[in-house]
Design a protein around this ligand. Sequence first.
Ligand code: SAM
Length: 310
Amino acid sequence: MYNYLRISVTDQCNLRCTYCTPCCGLDLYRDDEKLSSEQIVRLGRIFAGLGVTRVRFTGGEPLLRKDILSLVAAFKNIPGIEQVHLTTNGILLGKMAAGLKQAGLDGLNVSLDTLVKERFKALTGFDGLSDVLTGIALAQKTGFENIKVNAVIMAGKNDDEIFDLIGFFKQHNLIGRFIEFMAITPLWDEQLYFSIERIQALCRSRYIVEPSLFRSLGPAEYYSLDQTQPIGFIHTVVENCQQCSRLRLSASGKLKICLYEEQGLSLKPLLSEMTDSELAVCISERIKEKNKIDHQFFKNRQIYMSQIGG
Ligand code: SAM
């Protein structure tokens, strides 16, 4: 059942992570090319009618979207939507955590690849480590629990920080997840690839690593370290596809039934032509194709992750 919708609310980002966005930036959608707030909420209702129960706002950087708080609140009011989450780089989190909590956001994922100030600047193009750390602390103070922190581990960039990151997750009661660098992007560099197996071997050299009872929907496998700290590992292999329940909506209104999909079904022009029930038929026909996709077909596809939201 495809019950999980990731909505990229903007393709704009305030960081230039070296593995995600080219340093010169990308051609961004004009405002009139993006879905409006009303259009996103209308589509949210239609997707909920088709069985979507969980929504994640992503981007670009979703906290850059001016109406993000009202979008969260509106989705919390859509019958059938049980959980609304958001993935952020954390730069604006300190300023917005209280508003997000008040709007009803159920949970947060924060991306953080390094705890070293200079490295953060080199990896993201912005001297913002302290903003992210403050953002996480304030979000916890505001009442967000079980915050997940995602770190992409890259050889020679931050693989020497695996234990420091684990210590940080433990000290601050965070659920850390290590992610492999995905080859999907034109920014791919094989030299930087650091496999989950290598991260797990390092963990086993220092901790007792056992399968954990902790679960989240999605591709992460969870283990416990020394019977306490949960830690997630996210492979980027195609096997994830078999259990993939994800649908994706881009900031310009393209429905993608696979991360690797090139074009997607453009819903924006249909919004003015179709009734909700006509749109629902059209979307559900497309969703039915998901289990027929030959993911290998898309294998050589190149996308910048900031354009689709991870
Ligand atoms: N700006 C938000 C953030 O930083 O979390 C949301 C968008 S960002 C594209 C979503 C996630 O994609 C981040 O956790 C980022 O680390 C991850 N990501 C981007 N490019 C990646 C790649 N090539 N391999 C693995 N993860 C990647």
